[in-house]
Write a protein that binds this ligand. Sequence first.
Ligand SMILES: Nc1ncnc2c1ncn2[C@@H]1O[C@H](COP(=O)(O)OP(=O)(O)OP(=O)(O)O)[C@@H](O)[C@H]1O
Length: 251
Amino acid sequence: MKKIVEIRNLVKSFGKKEYETRVLKGINLDIQEGDFIAIMGPSGAGKSTLLNMLSTLDKPTRGQIFLDGEDVTKADNKRLSVIRRDKIGFIFQEYNLLDNMSLEDNIALPLSLNGVKSKEVRERVKNMAKLFGLEEHLAKHPYQLSGGQKQRGASARALITEPEIIFADEPTGALDSKSSRDLLMSLKAANDSGRATILMVTHDAYTASYAKQVYMLADGQIQCRVYNKGSRKEFYEEILDLLASMGGDRE
Ligand SMILES: Nc1ncnc2c1ncn2[C@@H]1O[C@H](COP(=O)(O)OP(=O)(O)OP(=O)(O)O)[C@@H](O)[C@H]1O
C-alpha cells in the first residue's frame, strides 16, 4: 500500500513565552492509500489544529508532514497552492458551494479550472453525481437543495479531481441523521471502491463508525486507535465505550 501522508513529531504551539500553549505535543501518524480515518477527541484537543496543518492551511511549530513523499512544511505558497489543487480534496461543515452556479457546474468547477475538456468533465460529473445520488439535482442551484444534498454536492466536488486525500472537517455537523447517513454511505462507497482515502474530524460516534480506523486525540497526543473489524454497529458501540472510558458521556 502506498503511504500518502507521513506525520513526524508534529508540534504546534500558540502564543509566545509565558503565554505559550502547546496544543499538539509530538504527533506521529501515517495515512496509507485506502484508509478512512476518523479523528475524535474532546473539545480543545487540537483536532482542527491538526487538520489545518495537514491541509497546509497552517504551519507547525516543529516536525514534518510528508504528502506523497514531499515535506509540505517546507513548501512555499506557490507550491502549496498547487499541492492543494492537485492532491487534496476538502469537505467543510459549511458546504461552500457557489450559489450563482448549478450543482453540475459547482461539481465540475475544479476540473474546468484545470482545463479538462468539457466532454470529459460532463462524464466525470455524471459518475460522481451517481455515486452521491445527485443525478436528478444537477440542474438545480444550491439554494434549491437541502443541506444533505448540498453536502453530497460539496463532497462530489472534493472527489472529482481524484485527489490523493480528502480532508473532512465535521462533514455531518450541520446535517440531520438521515442526511448524515446518506453522505456517510456515499463516502464509504467511494472509499470501498478505491476512489478516496479519507481523514475526517468528528465529534460524533455515529459518523466515526463509518470509518475504518478511529484515532483519539487528547492532551496533544494520539491516545489510542481502534479499528473496525467488520460490523459498523459493533464499531459504533466500541467507539462509545472508548469515549466513556476517556471521560466523555456515553449517549
Ligand atoms: N490561532 C490560535 N491562537 C491561539 N490558540 C489557538 C489558536 N487556534 C487554536 N487555539 C487553541 O488550541 C486548542 C485546540 O484548538 P482546536 O480548535 O484545534 O481544538 P478542537 O479539538 O478542534 O476543538 P473543538 O472540538 O471544540 O472544535 C484550544 O485550546 C484553542 O483555544
